[in-house]
Write a protein that binds this ligand. Structure first.
Ligand code: BTN
Length: 327
């Protein structure tokens, strides 16, 4: 979905901060008929926006629904590419699946797919991802960086750093931490998961599909019972409901900035930022890989984003992919 006339109208009402706007002025400025303006307002009403008629002065916007839609997002974005094309859905199977289709159709760098609800949200290692309606941020960003396929896992770490720093910039009542490789925890409980998929040729990446799931406005009883001991949301930790669209915009701003710096300057500064927010380095951990279980102290990540664990016998093992338990 591109930026439409309806989005442009909405943008003007959002910018007006509750002041009325005349239908005639809108029609003149946007060079459409008053009937066209009226029809777009009807569509916005169906989407949950409420307008009041103010005598002789036009319409004023009085209620904004809690949706992460294009018009609102464009208000907050400072990016040049990320989030400038948004495909927004009330409900999809998985935003990753939609992203794969769009990659085949040639969607440009920075295209975002976002849904209020996923019926078959996917996690890492073929797990399900609980994506309750209207409470979280469920989105995939299509990125087309000029990097080699073996660098793709580093991009997961770039994303984790972007999300954690977007959170730190917005919320003051908690300190989020990254759990290697890609979970963001608050007080030891998971609030964000990142799933990076790749479409590539032998030596060239066509696209990375970066899926980000953030628990935002859930209360504890919105989570299935099995998740309650290990999951949390930003609203629970911050102590108030959060405007999701604002967080989406911040994540995209940070992500575009860090991705560009990573492509230009390499992984070094991302490693530093990652370590600054890490809740893993220096801790005793248990890593369960497909082949073995490694226990010991997490001592660092390498330039390739590999986690190094020093075992009791002093041997250091590099972990490429695993489930990590912090002991
Ligand atoms: C994990 O921690 O296992 C990764 C979870 C990734 C979830 C997000 S939600 C948006 C995107 N669509 C999906 O189906 N999964 C990712």
């Amino acid at each position: 979905m591109h930026f439409t006339m309806k989005d442009e109208i909405l943008k003007r009402f959002l910018n007006a901060n509750g002041e009325p706007i005349s239908g005639q002025v809108l029609a003149d400025e946007l060079q459409v008929s008053r009937t066209a303006i009226w029809k777009h307002l009807q569509t916005l009403k169906q989407e949950g926006y409420e307008f009041e008629t103010v005598k002789k002065r036009g319409y004023k916007l009085v209620t904004v629904p809690d949706k992460v839609d294009m018009g609102q997002l464009q208000q907050f974005l400072k990016t040049t590419r990320y989030g400038r094309q948004v495909h927004y859905f009330e409900s999809v199977e998985s935003t990753q699946l939609v992203a794969h289709e769009l990659v085949r159709e040639g969607a440009p760098d920075g295209t975002v797919i976002i849904a209020e609800h996923q019926t078959a949200g996917r996690g890492r290692m073929m797990r399900e991802w609980e994506s309750s309606e209207g409470k979280g941020i469920w989105m995939t960003i299509i990125i087309r960086p000029e990097i080699a396929p073996h660098q793709a896992p580093q991009f997961t770490l770039v994303t984790a750093v972007a999300v954690v720093n977007a959170m730190k910039a917005m919320f003051k009542n908690f300190t989020p931490e990254i759990k290697w490789p890609n979970d963001i925890l608050i007080k030891g409980k998971k609030t964000t998961g990142i799933l990076t998929e790749m479409v590539a040729e032998a030596d060239r990446i066509q696209a990375l599909l970066i899926g980000i799931g953030i628990n935002v406005n859930q209360q504890m009883d919105d989570f299935p019972e099995a998740l309650q001991p290990i999951a949390t949301s930003i609203a629970i930790e911050e102590g108030e409901p959060i405007e999701r669209v604002h967080l989406v915009a911040n994540v995209l701003d940070f992500l575009e900035h860090y991705s560009d710096m990573y492509v230009k300057n390499g992984f070094g500064f991302i490693k530093t930022l990652w370590e600054e927010s890490s809740g893993t380095i220096g801790k005793r951990v248990k890593a369960t890989t497909l082949r073995e279980v490694v226990e010991g102290e997490a001592i660092s990540i390498t330039e390739n984003g590999v986690l190094e664990i020093r075992q009791a016998n002093g041997e250091v093992k590099g972990i490429y992919s695993a489930d990590i338990e912090i002991l």
